[in-house]
Design a protein around this ligand. Sequence first.
Ligand SMILES: Cc1cc2nc3c(=O)[nH]c(=O)nc-3n(C[C@H](O)[C@H](O)[C@H](O)COP(=O)(O)O)c2cc1C
Length: 276
Amino acid sequence: MRTWLTERFGLSMPVVAAPMAGISTGRLAAAVSAAGGLGMLGAGPTSTPDPFRDQCAVAREAGRFGVGLMAWALAQDDAMVDLVVAEGPALVSVSYGPYERWIAPLQDAGIVVATQVGTLQEARDAEHAGVDVLVARGGEGGGHGRADVATLPLLQSVLDVVQLPVLGVGGIGTARGLAAVLAAGSAGAWVGTAFLACPEHATSEAARERLFAAKDTGTAYGRVFGVAQRLAWPPEYGGAGPAQPVSRPLGRARRRARRRRPCVSAAGDGSPARRL
Ligand SMILES: Cc1cc2nc3c(=O)[nH]c(=O)nc-3n(C[C@H](O)[C@H](O)[C@H](O)COP(=O)(O)O)c2cc1C
């Protein structure tokens, strides 16, 4: 099948393997790209140059690859941008914070620029700012992001108002999910959690087992994940992850999270996740 995504990157399948800093590996990115999708690497505040370059070299073996950057981390230290440009990815997403200033330098380097949006207003703003493709990430998405609007409602409203290509994101893990976002009019799916199960990823064996054992009600959403990692995530981007018994360190993180500004997204808005 052909969509903007397959045509732009020469793919045989409209699927992007989402960037996951600390977890996505060059091996997985290469495997996805070799299978006809687009594999991505994640770079975050704890990424360091040499291991990142090594992962890019592995990812590049399959040809094209993408990189995901965190805008809030670049606001503290932007050294990663030059490093990424030098590695020549085909696609770079800059998400979660003030991404606008990175659009032109990345595009000038011949890179397609994406950002993840979680509301209709964010989609409008990103189109206005000049990104090439919108990643419409609904509240069902794994990792960090807004939980304000669910995937299908977000995708439908964004597709109605923007002219840019849009990828559907959040809770897509099967061919049925991919078919749904394509039928809605997106150019493809951006998939994160489902790829955590792949042996090529740096997911620990224990985490993989928890993932396979998780029930449909087993996701929690809140600030505790970022606080537990002692990372300065902006409060509007909570994290989604496996609901788990509260260990002592997690309990401490939860109390720290409660003392800070609460996460702005509301439960009961279409997001099935429990709040932490
Ligand atoms: C463990 C994990 C780590 C993630 N790390 C990043 C990241 O470093 N950069 C980024 O832009 N998105 C990151 N994401 C979010 C994904 O890009 C994407 O929005 C999300 O995985 C989509 O939802 P899904 O997991 O339900 O497919 C991460 C997601 C997960 C599950």
